[in-house]
Structures are given as C-alpha cells and as structure tokens.
Design a protein around this ligand. Sequence first.
Ligand code: 0X9
Ligand code: ZN
Length: 414
Amino acid sequence: MMFTALLLLALLSTTVSTEKARFDNYKVYRVLPNLPEQVKLLHELENAASGLNFWSSPSRVNASVDIMVPPHFLPEFNEFTKNLHLSSELIVHDVQRLIDNERPHGTTRADFGWTDYYPLEKVYAWLDAQVKKYPNIVSSIVGGSTYEGRQIRGVKVSYKDGNPGIFIESGIHAREWITVATVTYILNELLTSQDPAIRNIAENFDWYIFPSTNPDGYEYTHTTNRMWRKTRSPGLLCKGADPNRNWDYHWMDTGASSNPCSETYAGSKVFSEVETRSLAEYATSIASKIQVYLSFHSYSQLLMLPYGLNYELPDNYEVLMRIGQKSVAALAKRYGTDYKYGTIYNIIYPASGGSMDWAKKTLNIPYTFEWELRDKGQNGFILPADQIIPTALETLDSVLSILEDVQALEKEKN
Ligand code: 0X9
Ligand code: ZN
C-alpha cells in the first residue's frame, strides 16, 4: 500500500509537464441563478473539480456567474443549465483566441512598457530601475514573501517628510494582469508627469506600492496557466488558496469556500497563506502612516468600498459613497467607461476575508477603495494589451478624484 502510494507519487512528479495550458474552444457562459437552490447547485459544481473554471463565484440569487467551460464538458454543462432552468448566455466563444489576441505585439519585445504585459522578473527589474533613477524619491520595499520563496516587492515614493501615506495593492489575483500594468503605469506617472494635478498628489502623499501581491501566482499565469487565480501553496488535488478570502476579518463567514478546489477557497485557516500573512504584517507596521488604502482587481468595472458583509457599513459610509460617486464620474469623463460604485456586498456579492475589509476594520484606515477594472466580460481577465494605456489613464483620473477629495476633507478637519 505504502509502496504503491510512493510509486504513484514518483510517477506523478516525473510526469508533471511544464507546457503552457491551452484553451482552444473553451467558452465562457454567464449564468443567472434566480433561485436559492440554483445557487447551491452552482456551488457544488464549483467545488466538484470538474475542470470548469469559475471566472466569478456563485454567491446569491440574481448575481450572475461567469463560468469557463472546456469543450469536452460542454454537453454536460448545457444539460446542467437546462435541467436547472438556469438562464445562460455565451459571452466568450473561444478563450484561446482571446489569449492569442491579448498581446498584439507578440511577446515582450521591449524591457518594459504599457503596450504589453510583463512577467514578474521584468516588473521587478523596472521597479529597481526607478529606484536607481530617482534615488532620493523612490526606495525599494519588501511587503512579504511567498510560498515558493519569492519576495512581494514594491516601492515607496516620497518627495518630502510628513506626508500621509497611501497603500496600493494589486495583482492579488494572479490572472488579473491589467491591475499590475495599471498600477505600474500610475507609478510611472507619479514620477514623470508634468501635470500639476498629478504633481500635487505625487508629492503630497507617500506612496507604498505593491504591483504584484501574489508573485507565485502571477509567474504561474505567465509560464503555465493564464487562468490561475490563487496562491500556489500545496494541496492534494487542488493547489492554492484565494488570497482575497484569507484575511483576518470575518474569515470564512460569507462568499468563501472551505473546498480547496474552489476558486474562492479561503485557506485552511486565517492567514494560512504566507503572502497575506506577511503583507498584513507589513501593512500593520506602517498603518499609523496610512490614510488611504487602494486595491486593484479585474474585471467588471466597479468601484467598491467596504464591506463584503450584509450587516455592516463603514463608519464613514456616506463620505466614501460621495467620494466614490465623484470618482466614477471622473473616470467616465475621458472615454465614457461606465462604472458602478457601492459597498462590496451591495454591488458585487457577499464576500468576507478580503484585504480591504481587513484594512478598514483592523488597521482603521479611513479611506479605502477597491476597483474591478475593465472590462464587463467581453474579454474578462484577458484584456487586450492595447487597452492598458486607456485603462490606466481613466483609472488614474479616478484615483486623482479620490485623493483630491481626501485632501479637501482632511484640510477641513484642521
Ligand atoms: O471575488 C473577489 O475577490 C473580487 N472579485 S474578483 O473577480 N477580482 O475576484 C471582489 C471581491 C470584493 N472584495 C473584497 N471582498 N475585498
Ligand atoms: Zn480579483
């Protein structure tokens, strides 16, 4: 028995392939459960390790769920939706085609820029280059470590002493590449823009920026599986936990799974993942300086505020809502991109154990916002690289609006 198990293990480890996963003829369906029973069965489907990949998680009645279906599973999937009377709409015809069109310039010709997506090593090299270029303003910071032994690296941007701090976290979900690209673009603007409005926010806040807070996962999306979301910690059949369900505030309370095969697996315990645990430690160590916490995800075009719980609103709910409303208006101005705003619970779905809720509640950060960047599902996580710059520009408009409001509100207080 023991011997067979060992043999099996040996076989498994020798046949592990490093080839990139392909998604030919994989489709994405948007299904809309309108009965509690349908939500429950969708959960069971998600937990079944069936080869389906949930692009969004079932949570409640009337919240749509985007599901990527492999071609061989299509008949079963169609039967499932038919039997359950689930309305379903095909939103992506061929995921591989999206992947093939994601990077119109092929792979990475330049060292770094914003017309392509870049692997972790190039992002980190670019951060290093900024430290070198602006030694009196930019310094290297380490926010934590990963299961595979990488560092969660970032930069601090500080033009003068005594500024209030902004903490920026993106890429916590590995496949949300647009967030890494957008945040590095914003960082570049802080360092190079001549626009007085940008100069104001650049120089009158201290910025703690971590473009990729799930480096193992991000690397894995570049080398092996473009659709990976979670960390890469070990598991028997399914690896990793959802790093946005693993934080110590109402952990495993709602919209999180205890099944390791689920995309929203909350981990074996609070802060089971070294990524979230170490990043939380770092954030705690500088919390007294932090006034604003910004988190970046994709996709859906939402600007969210805490919380992901039905029974709690932030202490300054009205203030955050007003700031949010102006921010989405500022975002829309440039290209007309339509965003909704509101609490996580109200505009997306119940979800607890996320980083922003933790930052708001545990660190008591007054101003906390979380974006779901472009688009609304036409490309989903695989946003073509020619949308990086427009996305980053409109997102910076929205960040700028928030920070100008924060400055005005804080000025009133003094
Ligand atoms: O499910 C999530 O973690 C986020 N959506 S995503 O498609 N990017 O995975 C939204 C969750 C809301 N945020 C928090 N719970 N903090
Ligand atoms: Zn996300």
